[in-house]
Design a protein around this ligand. Structure first.
Ligand SMILES: *Cc1c(COP(=O)(O)O)cnc(C)c1O
Length: 482
């Protein structure tokens, strides 16, 4: 936890920043929250932010900017072509990643669109440690297929493995032997593996993958959206890297990859995204699509102001005392919940705290969306908004059957530099209360189910009056609390 030791021996994360701009929050009473949740079709994506006390839906585009970032925004050079702002951003990426070329894009999935259109063909196979929703969709759209070859520990909910995001290199070799290297478009590694709980891969794992890729003439494409958490964990957990600086780890990691892309809504406390590479050939292959889908080559759909903020944010991402904040707050939350017997994904990862809904509400069958039901229940009892990452986030197969997710998680993202410890403690308290009343929580069923990306827009209803009963139980314990 924090490098500062407390006299009373307590171990809590210490904010290494002060708050200079604030946004007022509302905490509507539970009766109102029940009404809002039902009106939102029990889908936390459809809640209005003004009705949310702690927005832990995502870490995307909601990280707090620093004073340095805000002031840099005023210096932006607003020109269509040849903007100084773009030069500054490209130079910063060259400095940190060692990559000469940069293609700007409006966000992470736009980078995926460009990369997949360029390199994925009908029948292509793309091995990866684990998929991300938008990645998989873009690969599918281009006729390719995802092969998840994460190590077996990766999908174990509780574990002591420090690098659950590692790829199983034997399985990678196996895929190459089975299908032939010609079928493989590239190998994708995702830093801070999102959907399994923000879990990192080790630098050694990436080196091992590089070796196999070199032997077979394959490219490595790195999804660096959640890079900073992964860097922090490498420094903390990988013996061989403990004396390296974050900057050195970054450089060594990027040297092992052919193409690096990222969502700047996550990386660099910014908004936007982009693709970096040292290869002129790869750069030229992708370049045209930027102008087709994103904008001219020196902004790619981003405003110059967000590019300036990103340039500074990338520099801040190399500061260990800044990037430790997310993982340390998450670790605190995970540890406190674990102590209270609440099932959480361990070890604590980046991105957020992940509650294991499969275990928390083990009485709810998967086709009644345990993680979605838990997300609705938590909002009702606390005003905290999380995100379902389970069966609801899957898509039905061609015959319309449910595809049951191998994990049912409620993700409580920890936006960077946003919440104070007392707010985190409030969330912990309400989760523990809810866990004590978990048998009251029931399932959900769709009333309106879109075919694609149903977790974004779908509406559901409770299968019984369990939500009203939950409110009654809350009122018994908290007669006059919000
Ligand atoms: C968020 C995310 C993306 C997509 O980025 P957007 O900016 O939301 O389009 C891709 N990969 C990972 C790992 C992400 O976390």
């Amino acid at each position: 936890m924090s490098k500062v030791k407390f006299f009373n021996g307590e171990s809590i994360p210490l904010e290494m920043h002060k708050v200079m701009i604030v946004q007022k929050l509302e905490l509507p009473p539970i009766e109102k929250r029940l009404e809002y949740m039902q009106k939102a079709g029990n889908n936390t994506f459809l809640l209005n932010n003004r009705d949310v006390y702690m927005d832990m839906l995502t870490d995307s585009g909601v990280n707090a900017m620093s004073d340095q970032q805000q002031s840099a925004m005023l210096l932006a050079d607003d020109s269509y072509a040849g903007s100084e702002t773009f030069t500054r951003l490209t130079n910063k990426l060259t400095e940190l990643f060692g990559t000469e070329y940069f293609l700007p894009a409006h966000q992470g999935r736009a980078c995926e669109n460009i990369i997949m259109q360029t390199f994925v063909k009908e029948g292509s196979i793309i091995p990866m440690n684990y998929h991300f929703t938008t990645t998989k969709a873009h690969i599918g759209l281009n006729g390719g297929r995802v092969e998840e070859i994460i190590i077996e520990e990766g999908t174990n909910v509780t574990s002591k493995h420090p690098f659950k995001g590692n790829m199983d290199t034997d399985k990678l070799q196996g895929l190459i032997d089975e299908h032939g290297k010609e079928k493989i478009a590239f190998v994708r590694m995702e830093a801070g593996t999102n959907l399994i709980g923000g879990q990192p891969f080790s630098l050694q794992n990436l080196k091992d993958i590089r070796k196999i890729c070199d032997e077979n003439g394959l490219m490595i494409v790195l999804d660096a959206s959640l890079l900073t958490d992964n860097l922090y964990f490498i420094k903390e957990r990988e013996e061989a890297c403990k004396d390296m600086t974050i900057r050195e780890i970054t450089k060594e990691m990027m040297d092992l990859c052919d193409i690096i892309y990222f969502s700047a809504r996550k990386l660099g406390f910014g908004r936007g995204g982009g693709i970096s590479t040292s290869s002129k050939e790869l750069y030229l292959e992708m370049r045209e699509l930027v102008t087709l889908y994103e904008g001219f080559l020196t902004y790619g759909g981003m405003s110059v102001r967000e590019m300036e903020a990103l340039t500074v944010g990338l520099e801040e991402s190399m500061d260990e005392s800044i990037i430790c904040q997310g993982p340390q707050f998450i670790e605190y939350m995970v540890n406190e919940l674990e102590k209270a017997g609440v099932p959480v994904v361990t070890p604590a990862g980046g991105l957020g705290c992940h509650i294991d809904a499969m275990e928390f509400v083990s009485h709810i069958p998967q086709h009644e969306y345990p993680a979605g039901a838990l997300a609705a229940a938590l909002y009702i009892v606390s005003g905290v908004r999380g995100m379902e990452r389970g069966t609801m986030s899957e898509q039905r197969d061609e015959d319309g059957n449910e595809v049951l997710s191998n994990m049912e998680l409620l993700r409580l993202a920890m936006p960077r530099r946003v919440f104070t410890l007392s707010q985190v403690k409030y969330a912990i308290d309400r989760i523990i209360w809810l866990h004590g009343h978990r048998e009251l929580i029931g399932g959900l069923r769709f009333t309106d189910e879109p075919k694609s990306l149903r977790f974004f827009f779908g509406e559901l209803e409770a299968v019984s009056d369990w939500q009203e009963k939950l409110v009654e139980a809350f009122r018994k314990d908290f007669p006059d609390s919000l």
